[in-house]
Write a protein that binds this ligand. Structure first.
Ligand code: ZN
Length: 265
């Protein structure tokens, strides 16, 4: 694919994406202890409203990936996300690792995710992000067959691209990276120290600037329960400010970026 053209003669694209895992981030690790789970609840009840306010103030429309379990547990959170003009994408049921599922279970969970999100968000999800960014070799063809438009999982490029055709359909890939994710720096599981927010923010800004330089797509992945703590929320605000002040960057939802890529295919 030749260099992508973005709207308003932008030279690069940027997306703010949030994985609203809530308790499932811990449940998927086999944890049922109440204090550990309460960290997940913080994301849905305490952090999400502030994140939505921040996005509104910067006029950023974002993409939220929500496990089906979370949509059923926090229906008002899904409503608030949709009311803010944001996208709701598919992210498993209880945040199970797709790479560990058999074929039947993987498809059952995908169907349930589509059904639950469609019911709560009022719109069928068109994007898929695998819990913990782990796919099986069946996942991409399965998504294509179930009518998805894009995957936001792979880490092989700085700009979006199209996957090979499956049953007459090609999925758009909107590539991500652990570098632009908050979890590797801040998720605390008792095994290593939490990092200071300042240097992490500087790293994100440098990575963003580099992606803009090559005309790619800077796709940030945040978790409300992680980025929503006040010290990190301050980073999110500074980052949004930096992105919005950078000339000729198109900040959009992943489904909008995906549609733009497909148009040019
Ligand atoms: Zn997740």
């Amino acid at each position: 694919m030749t260099a992508l053209r973005w709207p308003k003669s932008a030279r690069a694209a940027c997306a703010f994406t949030f994985d609203l895992d809530a308790e499932t981030l811990w449940m998927a690790r086999g944890i049922s202890e109440p204090v550990a789970l309460s960290q997940g609840r913080f994301g849905a009840v305490e952090a999400l409203p502030r994140i939505l306010d921040l996005l509104r103030s910067f006029e950023i429309r974002a993409s939220f990936f929500v496990p089906a379990w979370v949509a059923e547990r926090y229906p008002d959170a899904v409503k608030a996300i949709v009311a803010g003009g944001h996208e709701v994408g598919s992210h498993g049921d209880e945040h199970e690792r797709v790479s560990e599922l058999d074929a039947t279970r993987e498809e059952t969970i995908l169907r349930r995710s589509v059904e639950v999100l469609t019911r709560h968000a009022g719109q069928r999800p068109t994007g898929y992000r695998a819990p913990a960014w782990q796919l099986s070799e069946r996942t991409l063809p399965l998504l294509a067959r179930h009518g998805f438009e894009y995957s936001s999982n792979m880490m092989d490029r700085l700009a979006p691209y199209l996957h090979p055709e499956v049953d007459g359909r090609r999925l758009v890939e909107l590539p991500v990276s652990w570098v632009l994710d908050d979890a590797p720096y801040f998720l605390f599981t008792g095994q290593r120290a939490i990092q200071s927010p300042g240097p992490v923010l500087q790293g994100w800004i440098t990575e963003f600037d580099g992606i803009v330089e090559v005309g790619g797509s800077a796709i940030f992945t945040f978790h409300p329960q992680i980025i929503g703590r006040p010290s990190r929320f301050a980073c999110l605000r500074e980052l949004a400010d930096h992105v919005k002040r950078t000339p000729r960057v198109w900040t959009a939802r992943l489904d909008e970026i995906g549609a733009r890529v497909r148009e040019q295919a």
